[in-house]
Design a protein around this ligand. Structure first.
Ligand code: 5GP
Length: 138
């Protein structure tokens, strides 16, 4: 698959579109999902232009998983979920909807089902309180 520089996450990386940012360094950006499946649903994306895990360089892959672990630890500290689920989809057949590789970090609680994937958009203002709690734990 050829990388599309006009995908939504590429536009967020270029700051052409807004996001509720949690963390950024020279290799990665992390922000809240605008269609959260659970409270605190977070995305971690590399700055390298790669559609999926197959295209990503090993250097970026290492930095991406290190950043994902850091975000997961901050979510644990901030929200204290009993479970944390990582999700990473490659290809439309696997359910990937944005063709720029990313990890989902999903705080999970027994008995609270996840909402449907990429289905219901929320007002980004409603995400700010949980974002502030996670940022404070980073
Ligand atoms: P995928 O299906 O590619 O694994 O996940 C893409 C995720 O990006 C979905 O969970 C979807 O809700 C989220 N998403 C799509 N567009 C936007 C956007 O403009 N901003 C943010 N923050 N998340 C988005």
């Amino acid at each position: 698959m050829t990388y599309d520089p006009n995908n939504i996450f590429a536009k967020i990386l270029r700051k052409e579109l807004p996001c509720v940012k949690l963390y950024e360094d020279e290799d990665v950006l992390s922000f809240l999902d605008i269609m959260p499946q659970v409270e605190g649903h977070t995305l971690v994306i590399p700055k390298e232009a790669a559609c999926d895990i197959l295209q990503l360089s090993t250097t970026s892959a290492s930095r991406l998983i290190m950043a994902t672990q850091r975000i997961a630890r901050a979510i644990k500290s901030a929200l204290n979920p009993p479970g944390i689920m990582l999700m990473q989809l490659n290809g439309v057949a696997a359910g990937q909807t944005v063709p720029h590789i990313h990890f989902h970090v999903l705080p999970r609680h027994a008995g609270i089902d996840m909402k449907l994937h990429a289905r219901q958009m929320v007002d980004s203002k409603t995400l700010e309180p949980v974002a502030a709690r996670i940022r404070a734990a980073l």
